[in-house]
Design a protein around this ligand. Sequence first.
Ligand code: HAM
Length: 462
Amino acid sequence: MSEGAAKKEDRRKFQAIRGTRDLLPPETALWNRVEQTAHEVFYTFGFAEIRVPIFEPTELFARAVGSDTDIVSKEMFSFTDPANVIKTLVQDALQAGLGVDVKNIDHAFQSSSEEKVQFISLRPEATASVCRAYIEHGMQQLPQPVKLYYTGPMFRRERPQKGRYRQFYQIGAEVLGGSDAPAIDAEVIEMVMTFFDRLELQGVQLDINSIGCRDCRPKYVELLRAELLKVKDKLGPDSQRRIETNPLRVLDSKLESEQGIIATLPHIADHLCEDCAKHYAEVKHQLQLRGVMYRENWRLVRGLDYYMRTTFEITAQGLGSQNAVCGGGRYDGLVELLGGPPTKGIGFAIGEDRLILSLQESGKAPAPQGRDVYIAWMGERAHATAVRAAKDLRKAGFSVELPPVEQKFGKALGQADKLGARFALILGDNEVASGEWTLKTLADGSQQKLTESQLLDFLRKL
Ligand code: HAM
């Protein structure tokens, strides 16, 4: 590289990687409000927070979400962990009674077999991790069901567009253990709807479906496959492939040309076994009991393999094509699949990015908050008073801006205006000497004289 090129390279501006983004103020205030509301609402339903790692063994997601799903087969960010390989090799060597020196490790490393390498993935979702944690910490010993919720980033290598990112955030909840009573399904859905209601999310539409169980679904899938084979030529390449891999996913198709054909396919509701049909009917009854409005959508199958029986999705206004703001369903058997005891499970995850987008589009975002008080000070004695005043006002919970260096009052007031401060507290020699401080209301320019305790009283009463 020439010197010139190297210099140019040095000056390269870094940018966030495609599909990731910075969340900046004042928008972050809305994120905080949303998360705070989730903590409050979920608490009232008896849920407690769990925090699980950002990365896990790839195998966990492959087994839980399904290795043929788009998420696992195409979208995971995966890597190997060389340090872990070495650790495994050291353990193996010690167990075998061999000494560990760098030469040994190097040799072992060269001859290590593939399975020693641990494959790791950034989590594309968190249900698998929560189930892993449930097993790992013996949570089946706790009073059942265990009700957990989480918030945090997930990672999927999808084509970025509005409402679809490679690092996105979910707020999710899982109910594990106990029974599969339809009232649990309904209460979980009621909780999300209460949360959305509290946030005044607009245009909320809940779709529900039942996709049956291990007994009835395979029969329906075979029926679907047979029907799809009859019309194979009229389907696009994706759906044609899915006839073999996962015919249910054909129902998900958004292709205009396939809609007419899909409308003629058999509905799963007509092919549920007696238990599943009863369960589904009772879920609907339980939703009605709770005043939760829903729409039945027989095409709602979801893109993750672990679901059975109840599935649901919620859409909201202002999101364009990526309008699913929440997805969830029942996954009895997943804990067992991951090596735990037979355990019932149901949960959901909300796409927080989309939730925020929808709130912003409908004007529900709070106005940016300025400082409460800007302290305009001049002179050494005033500075000492200003430092003390800032401490007291902050202790009382007010947002205070204390300029670090002296500036003329005119400049300070201009700065206070720019920061959107509500009041300017003016502290000069006169104020310090008299103990009467000047408080200026920036909206109308009015001023008043207040002692320190009067100032606190005045601000508290606002
Ligand atoms: P999911 O449908 O894959 O389900 O994701 C849930 C929600 O996350 C979606 O409805 C959407 O709002 C949001 N989301 C997904 N991918 C992206 C993306 N690339 N960019 C922005 N938002 C996205 C699950 O993840 C399941 N674990 C839900 C669950 C929990 N089921 C049972 N328990």
